[in-house]
Design a protein around this ligand. Structure first.
Ligand SMILES: NC(=O)c1ccc[n+]([C@@H]2O[C@H](COP(=O)([O-])OP(=O)(O)OC[C@H]3O[C@@H](n4cnc5c(N)ncnc54)[C@H](OP(=O)(O)O)[C@@H]3O)[C@@H](O)[C@H]2O)c1
Length: 249
């Protein structure tokens, strides 16, 4: 349980769901973990739960100066960064025919631009042999109605993972993606569907998985730990699906 001993890890969106489960996994493996999110109360509750190996920094991925502050403060307090988990994303849905410019900008700003600059602003602070993991989605490979911007933003990130892995290889920095299938987190309560519609969608999605269930955030966290650790020392530019077989079977 010391795969990340003495490592410094930053997790964007570390106060909830997959990010919080990954923070727990990293800390259980010896890392110091800095979590980033907008809501101060959620950050405080998460750092209380995570304990003394955690540290919260408040900010919004839409604001590039918040990202600069995240990495500068992390470096000044804890030294160079060994692991960055670029994990913030939101899952609001709208059919293409009904998508407004405002909705387009909001989704792309959080899911693509926010993730892109979460990576870019980290680069100068990364230690040699660092590991970057970016959260994509099972939706980047299928045509799920209403998800055009969610799916496209995650597909764009899949592409960025390949390019970044090429650009950072000279410093032996590895860049990979984790692609969750349907995972039981607060994410689903924020997508803007009425409860009955959400329930119906959840049942249909469950039936599409080979394992006939939603995944747990802890199951994604195990894959992120693998990619973050030396166990994945020869893996870069890759995407690992943790999806109950939804896109495989
Ligand atoms: N759950 C799933 O089924 C599923 C499936 C495929 C992919 N994913 C992806 O997995 C990632 C994590 O999702 P999750 O299910 O763990 O969601 P979650 O439980 O809703 O957690 C989202 C986290 O991101 C933070 N966040 C949201 N917007 C932010 C912003 N603008 N700036 C900074 N922090 C922000 C939230 O904190 P604040 O609200 O306090 O900012 C929270 O910590 C996302 O990229 C999502 O697209 C999830």
């Amino acid at each position: 349980m010391d795969k990340l001993k003495n490592k410094v890890a930053v997790i964007t969106g570390g106060s909830s769901g997959i990010g919080l489960a990954t923070a727990k996994e990293f800390i259980a493996n010896g890392a110091k973990v800095i979590i980033f999110g907008r809501n101060k109360q959620s950050l405080d509750e998460a750092t209380k739960e995570l304990g003394s190996m955690s540290y919260g920094i408040q900010g919004d991925v839409n604001n590039l100066s918040d990202l600069e502050q995240l990495y500068a403060e992390t470096k000044s307090k804890f030294g160079g960064i060994d692991i960055v988990f670029v994990n913030v994303g939101q899952g609001k849905l709208a059919p293409i025919a009904e998508t407004s410019e405002h909705f387009f900008d909001e989704m792309i700003s959080v899911n693509f631009k926010g993730a892109y600059f979460s990576l870019q602003k980290a680069i100068t602070h990364l230690n040699p042999k660092a590991s970057v993991i970016i959260t994509t989605s099972w939706l980047n490979e299928i045509g799920f109605g209403g998800s055009s911007l969610l799916s496209a933003s995650k597909a764009a990130l899949r592409s960025v993972v390949r390019v970044a892995s090429a650009e950072l290889a000279a410093q032996e920095i590895r860049v990979n993606a984790v692609s969750p299938g349907p995972i039981g987190t607060p994410f689903w309560g924020k997508i803007g569907l009425p409860d009955d519609v959400l329930q119906g969608a959840a049942e249909a999605i469950t039936n599409q998985t080979a394992l006939k269930r939603f995944g747990l955030p802890e199951e994604v966290a195990k894959a992120v730990l693998f990619l973050a650790s030396d166990d994945a020392s020869y893996i870069t530019g890759h995407e690992i699906a943790v999806d109950g077989g939804i896109n495989q079977v």
